[in-house]
Design a binder for this molecule. Structure first.
Ligand code: GDP
Length: 297
């Protein structure tokens, strides 16, 4: 297992005898540990470097308060800076879904958890906000994925658009819009096809769908355990189709969640939710404080 940052830092400061204020040398030594801890938590190198620089500016010359050790003090500065970086202006749990029917476009690579997350989010909107939700699968390449969404819909009591074979994704999207409008739904969610790698066909398809429905939210679903890859995927999707937020899945795994920090720092997009299991209720609103604690170990 990883050594926690607090443990590392108390080791560092035990060897130092300075008192009163954190000297530049103390801080430098501590920051080396912070950087290693961030990298171990899967934060990308440029993001970790930048982050450490900001912490250094805040920590140097700070008086050591009597009640805490220098190690604890640095941990607190790092924690606060993590939370500040991860926190945006928006309320992560509040999606822009007024003006019914509001389209939500779900995008991402295959296997990232897109279909499961679509169902989790639909359930949440229904149960917590009393929304009438319609889900539609646009994954014409994998009939199994379409059926998977239908099965999940039945499980959670959310309607799915009837499957019509041979339709193009953009036509399914238009049909979903029509049915959502006529059926008086508040929200319709479009679960787009994923590929193993980002390719042009995938992006063109998502673009066509986006142009057809003008989504209120375009949520990228990515596996939070894939670290730097997740950030690259987010950048590409944002460049090509524009994303409004991110859902990090598999945050119930062993990973330390550093992808969240890199994601926010690199793309500037809010992380809205985190997936914490396979069940349809295993979706939590993103909480910067909790992820910060996890990154620190
Ligand atoms: P898609 O190809 O992106 O639509 O991915 P799926 O929704 O089919 O998910 C792929 C696998 O990941 C399934 O076995 C899901 O149950 C699982 N999965 C999705 N989200 C999570 C999560 O947050 N935690 C865990 N442990 N498994 C997840």
């Amino acid at each position: 297992m990883f050594e926690s940052l607090s443990d590392r830092l108390s080791g560092v400061f035990d060897r130092l005898t300075k008192q009163g204020a954190l000297s530049e040398d103390d801080v430098k030594t501590a920051l080396r540990e912070v950087r290693v801890a961030l990298l171990e938590a899967d934060v990308s190198l440029p993001v970790a470097r930048d982050f450490v620089k900001r912490v250094q500016e805040k920590a140097t010359g700070q008086a050591v308060t009597k009640s805490v050790t220098p190690g604890q003090q640095v941990v607190k500065i790092v924690h606060d800076e993590l939370v500040a970086t991860l926190t945006g202006d928006e309320d992560p749990g509040k999606l822009k879904i007024d003006n019914p029917p509001a389209p939500i476009l779900m995008v991402g690579l295959q296997g990232g958890g897109k279909t499961t997350t679509t169902a989790k989010l639909a359930k949440r909107l229904k149960d917590r906000e009393g929304k009438r939700v319609l889900m539609a699968s646009l994954d014409v390449y994998r009939p199994a994925a379409m059926h998977q969404l239908e099965v999940l819909g039945n499980q959670i009591g959310v309607d799915t658009l009837p499957i019509v074979e041979g339709q193009k994704p953009v036509d399914i999207a238009k049909r979903a819009k029509q049915q959502a409008t006529m059926g008086g739904y508040d929200v319709y969610m479009l679960d787009t096809a994923g590929r193993l790698h980002i390719d042009e066909v995938l992006m063109d398809e998502v673009e066509q769908v986006r142009n057809a429905v003008t989504p209120r939210e375009t949520l990228l679903v990515v596996d939070g355990l894939t670290g730097q890859v997740a950030v690259e995927v987010a950048q590409e999707f944002d460049d090509k189709v524009g994303i409004s937020g991110v859902v990090l899945t598999r945050m119930d795994g062993d990973g330390r969640g550093g992808a969240a920090l890199s994601m926010r720092a690199v793309t500037g997009k809010p992380i809205r939710f985190v997936g914490v299991g396979e069940k349809t209720d295993a979706l939590e609103t993103f909480e910067p404080d909790r992820i910060a604690g996890r990154i620190l170990g």
